[in-house]
Design a protein around this ligand. Structure first.
Ligand SMILES: Cc1cc2nc3c(=O)[nH]c(=O)nc-3n(C[C@H](O)[C@H](O)[C@H](O)COP(=O)(O)OP(=O)(O)OC[C@H]3O[C@@H](n4cnc5c(N)ncnc54)[C@H](O)[C@@H]3O)c2cc1C
Length: 445
């Protein structure tokens, strides 16, 4: 079972017509709905399960500019600015706290990688961010009680955390008070077009006429869009975490080295993971998309394990085309809830207690996993669809969409409304995967 997520009351009474339908109630969907509604547009959001039920409640809760891919660096800077004002602006509590994020290391070659990233970031953004190189002594002061002597690292005091189990529901509840239709449980079955452009979204409860639709379906976006012959080369990678019972006396910044990562939680515990270790099931899509993912695979050697299991056959049996007048897989699987890999979470905890022996009484409260939607170049798609006017896609956040969620939502709203975009959107266009653009991985680390 996934973590307990703050509630948003069910509502399945559809409006007949809105300007924009947003599909998906994760951080990207609710942020998009927020900034669309601020433009005065009528918005309905459909979520098949519960708001924030999938990746957006299962993540580490890091909100960072540190070690961003340069193509999304400006977006991450803008997102931090938006996060800083979100709670006050909406009268909500997302748990946003400027806690600082530290990437520490005990090894020289990792230190060199940190420096390379910092040089690139400074060349691009000058002093618009506050990341700096720190030496072992400062790492020790940021990690009180640490038994390990780290050589140094990168530290960004302005980086932050928010509570994944609170953020998307808090935004959705605030939106509802502002008149945005938040429909849940409400699976979108598909999109109807008229004269080639979007005219309606068909849901399990009926149709909503609209001029535009934003697909922010996380790990489901590829399947959903495939029904309209819109190809998103997207795969799923599973990441596992645990949370501890409340612990006194631990570090307040979020931090990671290659073996473990942690964040202090608002409930007093820690969310802990085994660094960036992930798992991916082979599926029919892994074969269909193999050549597009060669660079990504190379960049993940050592951290990604690949296996084959029931998911292969499940997805092989799953129809890739369907009619909109009968139930779909989106109604059958309300919440994607993959089993966590305890071997990973527990390795993360072991490392945590080794580094912080005074916290060796840490007790595991819960483990869970989330399926991350990854693209071949590990940056998102925030884009209109050339072949279907009125259709937009915000997906493929590749394991780092929580932090850039608000800015991604704002950028998407700008694209839908045809306003000046928050940042240059070219890197995020969908057709980069089909127009011959070279796939480059610049994972920032
Ligand atoms: C373990 C883990 C750790 C992570 N750590 C971080 C981190 O520290 N910082 C960070 O920035 N990012 C992190 N991420 C990544 C981050 O969680 C995701 O990038 C982000 O939450 C993606 O948001 P989303 O709204 O696109 O997707 P989701 O949160 O997955 O939401 C998509 C929603 O769409 C709904 N949906 C899909 N299809 C339909 C349909 N047809 N009809 C209606 N609804 C539909 C789904 O039910 C789902 O609720 C992490 C992810 C994981 C799994």
């Amino acid at each position: 079972m996934g973590p307990k997520v703050d509630t948003v009351a069910d509502d399945t009474s559809l409006p007949a017509q809105v300007d924009v339908v947003v599909i998906g109630g994760g951080i990207i969907g609710v942020s998009t709905a927020l900034y669309l509604s601020e433009k005065g547009l009528q918005v309905a959001l459909c979520e098949k399960g519960h708001i924030g039920g999938e990746q957006s409640s299962r993540n580490w809760g890091w909100v960072r500019v540190t070690h961003r891919d340069m193509r999304e660096f400006q977006l991450s800077i803008e997102s931090l600015k938006l996060w800083r004002n979100l709670d006050a602006k909406l009268g909500i509590n997302t748990g946003f706290t400027q806690c600082g994020i530290l990437y520490m290391t005990a090894e020289d070659d990792a230190m060199e990688k940190h420096r390379v990233w910092l040089d690139k970031a400074r060349n691009l953004a000058g002093d618009a961010f506050d990341t700096r190189e720190v030496e072992g002594k400062e790492v020790a002061s940021l990690l009180p009680g640490s038994s390990r002597k780290f050589k140094g690292g990168l530290y960004t005091p302005g980086d932050a955390r928010a509570e994944p189990q609170k953020a998307a529901p808090a935004i959705a509840n605030a939106l509802r008070k502002r008149g945005v239709k938040i429909l849940t449980p409400c699976a979108a079955r598909g999109i109807e077009t008229s004269g080639g452009r979007v005219s309606a979204v068909v849901t399990e409860h009926g149709a909503i006429r609209c001029d535009s639709v934003v697909v922010a379906g996380g790990a489901w976006s590829r399947l959903f869009c495939g029904n309209l012959d819109v190809d998103i080369p997207q795969l799923m990678v599973k990441a596992s975490v645990l949370r501890t019972e409340p612990l006194e006396g631990g570090p307040t910044c979020s931090a990671s080295d290659k073996r473990f990562a942690f964040r202090k939680r608002a409930d007093g515990g820690y969310t802990i993971a085994a660094g960036f270790r992930t798992y991916s099931d082979l599926t029919p899509d892994s074969f269909r998309l193999f050549f597009k993912y060669i660079e990504a695979l190379k960049s993940q050697i050592g951290s990604l394990r690949i296996g084959i299991g029931e998911r292969f056959f499940e997805e092989l049996r799953r129809p890739r085309r369907w009619a909109l007048d009968r139930p779909t897989v989106f109604e059958q699987v309300r919440t994607l809830d993959p089993a966590p890999i305890s071997e990973y979470t527990d390795a993360g905890l072991r490392e945590f207690t080794k580094v912080f022996p005074h916290l060796s009484n840490a007790r595991v409260a819960q483990r869970w996993a989330g399926n991350m939607d990854v693209t071949p170049d590990a940056i998102p798609v925030i884009s209109g669809v050339d072949t279907v006017p009125g259709m937009f896609i915000g997906t493929g956040f590749s394991g780092h969409g929580f932090g850039i969620g608000p800015a991604a939502g704002k950028l998407m709203a700008d694209l839908v409304a045809n306003d000046t975009p928050l940042v240059e959107p070219n890197a995020f266009r969908l057709n980069r995967f089909s127009d011959g653009t070279k796939i480059v991985i610049d994972a920032g680390f």
